[in-house]
Design a protein around this ligand. Structure first.
Ligand code: ARG
Length: 462
């Protein structure tokens, strides 16, 4: 049984139950590489400021590097009674380098140490997520480009509304994931702040150089207030909120892919490699991947709420409650990365049923707005034109026909302004090509959006 760092003040041994209950090593063990990197920088700073000797620092750094290797190679048994990753590593350091190891914790506390580790971890993972999102955004651009002439009904209230290009629909997701990426980039500014040197909460009496530590660890900023440094978890909540919003976007496309792959829609077919079957119904091919992504959205929201609830009303500065921040954070990072990765691989393999999508635009009166526009262009006030087209829809419904199936005579009965040119006006092609307003679905607009996205992703725009 290992000796506790606080044993000086205590006369009784920690109860086994308490050891098990308070230990976080199963969760925070994965921070080991950041913990060691942070300790190495701390050593360098202690030597530079003369708090320890150069010889002590190099022996500590040698020991820390050895421990890092041992953990990476699986030659390190984490011990529950040592509570967390910080104390496990420090205890091993004593074995590696002897008494000098006891100097590592000079001018530092686990309170600022854990804040540093989590910030380093989250900085790396946020950058990974931004890179993964760029790959996913590229997939949306590639599919949009390859399917530039595919049309489908655009929906409002899940009722067919007006025809749009599939590319326009997919580029809407490109926009969402681009905003997500921007949000992570912005959150990074507040993650990338160096807290070490705050010590327990009040700073330290040693002549430390926090800016030097920050430089060693590539932090552009040093936290300004020692109390805030050890008690701030805003940066985690901000990350979890951005992740939740990103999952909202995933859940929306998941819902669409699930609907679109049903027999009722038939718009797409997910590849066999990204679908699963049923153990009882031989005909089934299920969209489990989008369903699970949709389901995992709930877990990611839950993790965000967990952190909000954890931090609500906590008095300054550090409280042990805060140890509970890591499980939800790690879970969200893992889940989000997995969702981005699976979508990046699934989408290019999905079959797009262009004919079925196209056919769906020619029924359901998707051209009723355009009939009203036609009359308005010919001089009828839009409100009147709307009502006139509405009457035509009602008539056609009774006749079990579409507007474009009515004869010129039938159409003329609604307005004498109607001429033969109405038929081309009401085709899907024209309905799309006329929507040239900025951000509209006309092919040239969508092509321009695709080109702009390509330039941005290639870095030509920054
Ligand atoms: N394992 C702790 C955490 O994750 C490290 C900080 C412990 N600090 C303390 N005063 N007990 O928050």
């Amino acid at each position: 049984m290992s000796e506790k760092p606080w044993n000086g003040r205590f006369s009784e041994k920690t109860d086994k139950l308490v050891e098990a209950f308070t230990s976080s090593i199963n969760v925070d063990g994965r921070l080991y590489a950041y913990d060691i990197e942070g300790s190495v920088a701390h050593c360098k700073m202690l030597a530079k400021t003369g708090i320890i000797t150069e010889a002590e620092a190099s022996s500590l750094i040698r020991g820390l590097d050895k421990i890092k290797q041992d953990i990476a190679q699986g030659n390190f048994q984490f011990d529950d009674s040592l509570e967390d990753v910080h104390m496990n590593i420090e205890a091993r350091l004593v074995e590696e380098v002897g008494a000098a190891a006891r100097k590592l914790h000079t001018a530092r506390s686990r309170n600022d140490q854990v804040a540093l580790d989590v910030r380093m971890y989250l900085r790396a993972e946020t950058l990974n997520i931004i890179t993964l999102l760029a790959e996913l955004r590229q997939v949306f651009v590639d599919i949009s480009k390859a399917h530039i002439d595919t049309v489908l009904p655009g929906y409002t209230h899940l009722q067919r509304a007006q025809p749009v290009l599939l590319s326009h629909h997919l580029m809407a997701y490109y926009e969402m994931f681009s905003r997500d990426s921007d949000r992570f980039r912005d959150a990074l500014k507040r993650i990338n702040v160096m807290p070490l040197g705050a010590a327990a909460l009040a700073g330290t009496t040693y002549p430390i150089d926090r800016h030097y530590t920050a430089k060693c660890l590539d932090f552009p900023k040093v936290s300004a207030n020692s109390i805030d440094s050890v008690s701030d978890r805003d940066f985690i909540i901000e990350f979890l909120s951005s992740a939740s919003l990103c999952m909202v976007h995933f859940s929306r496309i998941s819902e669409e892919l699930i609907l679109w792959s049903s027999s009722e829609f038939g718009f797409i077919e997910l590849s066999d490699a990204f679908s699963t079957g049923s153990s009882i119904m031989p005909q089934k091919k299920n969209p489990d991947v989008p369903e699970l992504v949709r389901g995992k959205t709930g877990t990611v929201f839950g993790n965000m709420i967990a952190l909000f609830t954890l931090m609500k009303s906590l008095p300054l500065a550090y409280n042990r409650d805060m140890q509970e921040d890591k499980k939800p954070l790690f879970d969200t990072v893992d889940t989000l990365k997995a969702c981005i990765e699976i979508y990046t691989n699934m989408l290019p393999n999905m079959k797009i049923n262009k004919d079925i999508m196209g056919r769906a635009t020619s029924s359901g009166f998707l051209n009723a707005t355009d009939m009203a526009d036609y009359l308005a262009v010919k001089g009828m006030p839009f409100r009147e034109a709307h009502s006139c087209a509405g009457k035509a829809v009602s008539y056609a419904l009774n006749e079990k026909k579409e507007l474009h199936d009515l004869s010129l005579e039938e159409l003329k009965s609604f307005s004498s302004l109607i001429e033969n040119d109405i038929f081309s006006f009401l085709t899907t092609e024209q309905m799309i090509s006329r929507r040239k307003s900025f951000g509209g679905t006309a092919t040239e607009n969508v092509m321009a959006a695709i080109t702009a996205a390509e330039r941005l992703l290639n870095g030509e725009d920054s």
